[in-house]
Ligand binder design. Sequence first.
Ligand SMILES: *Cc1c(COP(=O)(O)O)cnc(C)c1O
Ligand code: SF4
Length: 333
Amino acid sequence: MITQKQNRCQISWQKAQQQSFSNPLKLLDFLEIPPSVYPDLLFKTPFAFKVPYSFAQRMQKRNIHDPLLRQVLPLMAENDLSPEYHLDPVGDQKSIKQPGLLHKYPGRVLLTTTSACAMHCRYCFRRYFPYHDANPLQHNWQTSLDYIAQSSDIHEIILSGGDPLSLSNTKLQHLLHNIHTLTHIQRLRIHTRNLIVLPERIDTGLIQLLSHYPKPIIIVLHINHANEINDQVVRALLPLRQQTHITLLNQSVLLKGVNDNLPALQQLSETLFNTGILPYYLHLLDKVQGAKHFAVNIEKAKYLLHALQNSLSGFLVPKLVTEITGEQSKTPV
Ligand SMILES: *Cc1c(COP(=O)(O)O)cnc(C)c1O
Ligand code: SF4
């Protein structure tokens, strides 16, 4: 049987996670790039270097401008402080209603289920998020679930983080079960990058869990460049597409040196669609301290979106949005 054979070859995601790169020099060595190319490499950073092996395999050897490498390589520019950049760029702190529960927009709440991610993206807007004080597990989710139970106008729960799929299937099952008991919740959304950067995470246990869940599930992936989707990712996503009724969407961040050109964005949309994923959002960079070197100016962003609209089917064009503190939704640009 093919499935048995596949199972035998598969290593657990926890094991795959242990094989991640935790030192930028090791990654550069793997990519056959001499470290002298990056005199501005940053070694001491509170936001640790972390890259799964399978993600590194999707980078081009000897390409110092590789768009995947750029997303993870810590550079000294992270230490440049800028007055327009902040530790809490989108006003998350003000929206925390319970430890780990953000209620910012009508009808939906977001749970920061864990601080852990399979990979550390250098532009991450939650890189300074105080997960210690906002840990829903401290209270076994109960305060968050009580809050939702008492708010009948909430119809959707978003699992976020960190990455919610850093949780074990057992913990997820417990959480999903609790959410299911809330009868006014109509659907569940999962915001995750782990499924892409660590495709081993899509194991049989996860598929079982998700395919048996009685309410609609939407998974919003986070992919910034078409090269992130290789054969391994396509294969890993297949059971999600074939054995569940999950809607797959994608959000990207517009990042200088990664995807701030028309061919990259076109190819991303086309590749997403071919993989069964629809483009949802293209975010302007959230102005988090240390990420300024990723910023794309707004005129260029508008130009790129316009050019995308003029070259692709409508459903392949993501919504270009930015997050403004205090607004009732993401703001279209
Ligand atoms: C972005 C975000 C959402 C989801 O917004 P949608 O426009 O529905 O995708 C929900 N809650 C918080 C706190 C968010 O930051
Ligand atoms: S996976 Fe998402 S939350 Fe985690 S570091 Fe990357 S951008 Fe941040």
